[in-house]
Design a binder for this molecule. Structure first.
Ligand code: ADP
Length: 167
């Protein structure tokens, strides 16, 4: 059984992430979407909230599991029996960093390869941070976020504006 792991911050999951999840779930027997801790980012949503938002939008994909980890990705993949890391590749900006991470992960765990799926053109410009910026304005978010999580996202933006509820 070919198990792939799609790691990321998913703070929050965007339609670009979801597109990668759908496509990868058709290529592999099982896809584990794993919310990782990124020490350089201070998240808007807790790890548990991010997991629950992803679960809400992948309900129709039976071979997709959602998990969270604070482990090194290469170690996590070994423990889960994963052989491939899936990454989405947007315009040039992702390449350098992702290429470096892929080489490091392969060095730490030689059984682990990284596969890149190119972003669909309509999501090329989309990132969680862009959506968080847009959230502060009265913009229709339906092209950027899965519909199921828009109310929760808007509520968090409103809470932050009122000065509370940040992790
Ligand atoms: P970001 O904060 O940049 O959205 P994440 O850490 O949550 O990032 O991203 C996880 C993975 O998803 C990375 O491989 C990233 O390149 C990919 N990704 C993020 N947004 C998109 C998108 N719009 N299209 C394709 N891949 C994406």
């Amino acid at each position: 059984m070919k198990i792939a792991i799609y790691p990321g911050s998913f703070d929050p999951i965007t339609s670009g992430h979801l597109n990668i999840i759908r496509r990868a779930s058709q290529i592999f027997d099982q896809l584990i979407v794993c919310v990782m801790v990124n020490a350089t980012k201070s998240p808007m949503f807790s790890q548990d909230e991010r997991v629950s938002m992803i679960r809400k939008v992948v309900g129709d994909l039976p071979n997709v599991e959602v998990d969270a980890s604070r482990e090194l990705l290469a170690e996590y993949a070994k423990r889960k029996g994963g052989c491939v890391i899936v990454k989405g590749l947007r315009a040039g900006s992702d390449f350098e960093n992702e290429f470096q991470m892929a080489l490091i992960n392969h060095k730490i765990n030689p059984n682990l390869d990284t596969m890149f799926l190119t972003s669909e053109h309509q999501y090329m410009y989309l990132s969680s941070s862009t959506v968080k910026e847009l959230g502060g304005y009265d913009v229709d978010l339906s092209d950027f976020l899965p519909a199921q999580i828009i109310p929760e996202f808007k509520q968090r933006i409103a809470d932050i504006r009122q000065g509370g509820n940040r992790e």
